[in-house]
Design a protein around this ligand. Structure first.
Ligand SMILES: Cc1ncc(C[n+]2csc(CCOP(=O)(O)OP(=O)(O)O)c2C)c(N)n1
Ligand SMILES: [Mg+2]
Length: 592
């Protein structure tokens, strides 16, 4: 195989690479060491200008490597056999991790993207393979996560003819275009590298997000002289100096400023932290913005205190956040001015006209605000004591959720500062969004507005695969865990040391409680017949144990985090838990 790879790289290195046009602007994340192996990319010379024949599949894979990708999460099949040939050929540069279901592959790519902040790819067959991966692709879209889907196709000449080829689906391209903003069908080897580079650029340009490339069964193997495309520059919108001044004036004069972070703030932690200190502004995050400001800072708030602060704020700085809950559920009025920073210009005016709006990457925009603010900022006393009191008051009311919080305390005590917590749609997850302290960015992965049951275990596997240097913990209910529990086989084969805690109440507990409380206890479709999760996990060869109560969980976690040679499943039997919803959907607080 080594000799085989050498030959492939000998062929590659005589392949011409298009020079980058604006090398200064190339996003650092895309221009990483993975590209260095393709040394011809760094200094395109005249000598290397003869493009040599290359297959479509080789060109796609070489371009992924040149963009710094190191893994493809995949499930093979006939249409993609020649793609897998290329993955074999380049397997010392790009690992192929194959899963047991396409949703596992796509969720793993998503988890790796969220944990690393870098683009990730998955590959699946057309039709059922695509649809099996679709919930994860939808989630990647909703979370603006840079995930590239490589999707097979029926023979090129027959696309759209409805002949009934294996895995044919009507208008696959149309379906994909509804799921992602950037999609392309590769029809010739000459297009393959540039199409891949364009997809990877689209994933980082403007509002980030997934992209998809389709390629027909008979196109992967076609060869032609190919120009390998180096990473393309990502355009950065200009920052309006006048707007910076207006925003700094508003914020500087604010009596009760509030910062709200969404997922778009994850790469601007230092800037948000600095602004929060300068303005003595609390920073509200609920799901995707957690960890941008360290949860130990008294200015770091989640719900429900965040809603009180929204009620009294005069200026809000929204950083990469949709504000749907705030503007729709909590209300607004003329006394509230909003300064918005968002990668997507369409986001600004959807529900409300902001006082000042910035479009672009949050980090450089916030840096400009930090530079401008001192000229306009009011003298501010520390709000530390006030915030500590208010936090304590809400902690007291949240004691209603003591059963959940006790488990979260056990987890926080054992998961190191930079350990990654992967949330699920379960009782402990709902409480975690309110009460689990997050210390660092990208260490609390929560599915955002899809809130899709079953994302957790496989997404966490991808997070752990992408970040082998830190412990990753997945929580799930017995319902959510079984969506992708089959991927325990993947975790064993690839020795992924994920620790997964299953809170086992024998029910779709959330649904059951709603049926009890709101629908006269008419229980339907909410009880679960479970396997013995310890036996189940052990049958894969995984470590597994049962822990009853928070103390036993803490001890089990300590053992689990010490085991780095494969996954651990901890089954935690629980009863029904108190409802968190009164702390999450709290209704209007301003605007009548
Ligand atoms: C993909 C998807 N299907 C259905 C739901 C609706 N749903 C929300 S919570 C839930 C039950 C979760 O059960 P479990 O994972 O056991 O957690 P528990 O509430 O028991 O803690 C369901 C079915 C959803 N959020 N996502
Ligand atoms: Mg359950």
């Amino acid at each position: 195989m080594v000799a085989h790879n050498r030959m492939a790289f000998a062929a590659l290195s005589s392949t011409r690479v298009r020079p980058r046009r604006e090398p200064r602007q190339i996003n650092a994340d895309l221009h990483t060491s993975g590209a260095q192996g393709l040394s011809m990319q760094k200094k395109p010379t005249r000598a290397a200008a003869t493009a040599s024949p290359m297959s479509t599949a080789d060109a796609v894979v070489a371009t992924l490597i040149a963009h710094g990708l190191d893994t493809v999460y995949a499930l093979p099949g006939l249409q993609n056999d020649l793609l897998f040939e290329a993955l074999f050929k380049f397997s010392d540069r790009l690992r192929t991790v194959h899963t047991r279901h396409e949703q596992g592959a796509a969720y793993m790519a998503l988890g790796a993207a969220l944990a690393t902040g870098k683009p990730q790819a998955y590959a699946v067959v057309p039709g059922p393979g695509l649809l099996n991966s679709a919930a994860a692709l939808l989630t990647a879209f909703s979370m603006n996560a840079p995930v590239l889907a490589l999707i097979g196709q029926i023979p090129d000449a027959d696309i759209g003819r409805g002949l009934g080829h294996l895995h044919e689906i009507r208008d696959q391209t149309g379906i994909i275009k509804r799921l992602v903003d950037h999609a392309a069908l590769i029809r010739k080897p000459e297009q393959a590298s540039r199409a891949t580079a364009l997809a990877l650029r689209a994933m980082r340009s403007g509002r980030p997000g997934p992209a998809a490339l389709e390629c027909a069964i008979d196109v992967w193997g076609k060869s032609a002289p190919v120009e390998l495309q180096a990473p393309l520059p990502v355009p950065a919108p200009k920052i309006d100096t006048d707007a910076v001044r207006r925003a700094a004036k508003r914020l500087g004069a604010a009596k009760r400023p509030l910062i709200i972070c969404g997922g778009g703030a994850q790469d601007a932690a230092a800037e948000v932290t600095a602004l929060s200190a300068m303005l003595q502004a609390p920073v509200l995050a609920y799901r995707r913005g957690r960890g941008v400001l360290d949860g130990r800072d008294p200015l770091s708030v989640t719900l429900p205190l965040g809603r009180d602060l929204w009620g009294e704020a005069d200026v809000v700085l929204a950083v990469g956040a949709r504000l749907l809950t705030q503007l729709r559920e909590w209300g607004f009025d003329r006394e509230l001015a909003i300064v918005r920073v968002d990668a997507d210009a369409k986001e600004h005016n959807r529900l409300h006209k902001p006082a000042v709006a910035f479009t672009g990457d949050t980090k450089p925009i916030l840096q400009r605000l930090i530079a401008e603010l001192p000229a306009h900022n009011a003298k501010r006393a520390s709000r530390k004591a006030e915030m500590q009191d208010r936090q304590a008051a809400w902690r007291k009311r949240l004691e209603k959720l003591a059963p959940q919080i006790a488990f979260l305390e056990a987890i926080r005590a054992e998961l190191p500062e930079d350990g990654i917590f992967v949330d699920e749609v379960t009782q402990i997850g709902f409480a975690a969004r309110l009460a689990y302290p997050v210390y660092k960015p990208r260490t609390f992965l929560s599915p955002g507005f899809q809130d899709n049951l079953g994302w957790g275990f496989a997404t966490a596997l991808g997070a752990q695969h992408g970040r082998p240097d830190v412990p990753v913990l997945a929580i799930s209910g017995d319902g959510g865990f079984m969506f992708t529990a089959n991927e325990l086989a993947t975790a064993m084969r690839d020795r992924i040391p994920l620790v997964a805690v299953v809170f086992n109440d024998g029910a779709f507990g959330n649904v059951r409680r709603i049926q009890q409380e709101r629908y006269g206890n008419r229980l339907i479709g909410s009880d679960l017949a479970n396997p013995d999760f310890v036996q189940f996990a052990k049958s894969f060869g995984a470590e597994a144990e049962r822990a009853t109560g928070p103390q036993e969980l803490r001890a089990a976690l300590r053992r689990a985090f010490a085991h780095r040679n494969g996954p651990t499943i901890i089954d935690v039997p629980v009863g029904a838990m108190p409802s968190p919803w009164e702390f999450i959907h709290m209704g209007r607080i301003r605007g009548g």
